[in-house]
Design a protein around this ligand. Sequence first.
Ligand code: SRM
Ligand code: SF4
Length: 556
Amino acid sequence: MSDLSPIEKIKKASDGLRGTIQESLQDEITGAISEDDQALLKFHGMYQQDDRDRREERAEKKLERLYSFMIRLRLPGGFLLPEQWIATHHIAGENSTGVIKITTRQTLQLHGLIKANIKPTIQAFSEARLDSIATCGDINRNVICAAHPMQSPIHATVHAYAKKISEMLMPKTRAYYEIWLGEEKLADKKDEEDPLYQDRYLPRKFKIAIGIPPNNDIDVLGNDVGLIAIIENNELKGFNIAIGGGLSTTHGNPATYARLASVIGFAAGEETVLKAVYAIATIQRDFGNRSDRKLARLKYTVDRHGLAWFKEEVERRIGLALEKPRPYTFTDRKDYYGWEKNEEGLWYYTPFIENGRILDDEKVAMKSALLEVAKTGKANFRFTGNQNLILADINPKDKAAIDKILQKYKIIEHTDTASVIRKNSIACVAFNTCPLALAEAQRYLPSLITKIEPLLNKHGLGDEDIIIRMTGCPNGCGRSYIAEIGFVGTAYGHYNLHLGGDHEGTRLNKIYKENLDEAAILDELDNVFAIFKKERKAGENFGDFTFRKFFAAAGK
Ligand code: SRM
Ligand code: SF4
């Protein structure tokens, strides 16, 4: 027991994730909750944060930090009805900063909730049939899925797996309903028994993604479990199962590393696929590292025991052998901006939303536009893993009305005129809310791109399809480690520059230069763009070129 990490003990002693959250909420002396409850609150989909821009000022005035909470919704496959969008719009305006943030895992976050507003927020979401259960914490997170229904005629069949898996891996405790929604405590504890999570949950967060080749828009291999849909003649044959993806490292800790998931086999039929996913979660529960949280993700369990052992253990637990992986190819991982039509003749509009931040600002009134679209009731809202949304499933007869709203708010112009590199960008949240940020990301990448665009144009590369991503620390929330140009924050104003990831999300990049400030970043990129322009092979992508030129040739 002594060797367990403190969080393990908190989970076990938590009485089904209840802890003393109720008492913490009632404590009016502080805007915070107790430390143990902070760990438990994550399982309910919330994080305690504070305004990092105001830490110094508050300390000088001898005031406690300006605490608030971030809430993250559970939206398997990233889907909302228009009325749910309207509810979210109002909840954000009334209870949080008002900005709605689309995350890299196809869901929404609201920031800046004060303690007293948490319950009303969850209750309002509940009225809209939305919850935040298990979107954080050591548990299965929001299950993500290839976003665009145009990706396949059987997108809906594949997409349905996200919900099924999410529901299968939900915790059994009623704590969320009791604490936030006033449900009576169950008389019989047996009804809460949880064969999957027991009283210890998983050793660490657990992420599942479902990809539909050829577009790898959700970076399927960056997940603990990646299901790759194998579709032949418009029929879902099953899924290749990949395990052990994870994109976080810790500066100065060589035992940590980013890893792409490895395909271990193919499973056909819903029952077998679900059983295999469940089995993988139980193996991680039983064999994951519970003493060092830095080494607790599935990727380390897989590497410690070996892929062959892991595969056999899955097969033992499901009682049958996985088939040989089926061939598949990824060619891209972009969002399909603008208007697109699917096989059934329904229309989809994908606007460009920089870093997933939905608000009305000096550039564009995105939030007002989306509210007006939602109010028509004619478009569903689908979120992408690239922090965008798709106004979806629009009947041909309603397209003109939606288009008119998009024109009125200049959303179409905003989307069409954004540069290719900007539309291929992702930045994590970082300052001012993320407690782990070492450097800026979403508040900084847009202005850095404004300086990178002229460099690309200078070398005649303005239309080059380059994937660029920034994270404010090495945790990798913006998936920088699989970008063609990746920035990883090292200190305020400084970043490691990573190059050499491929276009399809199947190769990790590598550190090209360390700890650069803005001037050095621009110098390095100017130089690399010049070499790329001069030496690239016909049709060679930027990521493939930089990998060949700077790493493969040197045997790195
Ligand atoms: Fe993340 C922690 C934001 C996707 C790896 N992530 C955090 C926290 C909660 C900071 C904290 O622990 O207190 C950040 C909250 C910032 C804020 O103020 O909102 C945070 N992560 C995000 C989001 C919002 C980034 C974004 O701008 O979109 C993404 C929310 C996804 C979601 O809806 O669930 C987000 N995080 C990711 C991803 C990308 C992905 O899953 O595709 C990764 C890398 C993939 C992976 O998990 O390996 C990621 N986040 C982490 C880690 C490192 C985990 C590890 O294995 O060590 C942490 C830190 C931790 O867990 O200790 C972290
Ligand atoms: Fe925060 Fe780091 Fe994640 Fe960015 S990558 S949101 S800075 S934890």
